[in-house]
Write a protein that binds this ligand. Sequence first.
Ligand code: TZP
Ligand code: MG
Length: 214
Amino acid sequence: MKLPSPLYVILDREVTGGRDVKAVLDAVLAGGCRVIQLRDKRLPMRELYPLAADFKARCRRAGALFIVNDRADLALAVEADGLHVGQEDLPAPAARRLLPRSMILGVSTHDDDQARRALAEGADYVAVGSIFPTGTKTAFQLVGPDLVRRVRPEISVPLVAIGGITAKNADEVIEAGADAVAVISAIGAAPDPETATRHLLERLTGASRRRSAH
Ligand code: TZP
Ligand code: MG
């Protein structure tokens, strides 16, 4: 599997402020991002389900992947393109058994062993973080771009860096070997999410090009 864009935007209503999260999604898609995750740790499932179904439809129209955070039941119910689980969620092997083979499974990891295990357990992409300090996740584990560098040779699937990544530090993460970066606040909290998406995508594309030229 190859991710369709080097930018993976996670939309979380906790950072999009009072704005309509669907309008923020449309802006991110208009800015060119083609991997979207819906993350919401508070909304009751009765409200989360229609929101996820709407996200799915908007992503489909734009040709973007739609990934659901945490909840395998929701991912299956809306026929999302994928599910993302962390170290405290449904274990990857159980998620893998539950999901159709065509559904993408992403796994968050915070050290070398977890990254290796995620790959062995059938992850279609492996996320590592937090690369930099972040205000979005409480009790994050700071791993630095060095974890990307260390695990890169072993991770044969897309490697996604997450945590505190912005247009200012994204180059460093791509140079370390990430295929993509996942961001929450850099886009979700931006005053103009469409322009912020375009700008971050340009940085990532430029950095990937420079890396392959070496
Ligand atoms: N996992 C590791 S760091 C993080 C998650 C979900 C938060 C990323 O948010 P931001 O705003 O891009 O730093
Ligand atoms: Mg989770």
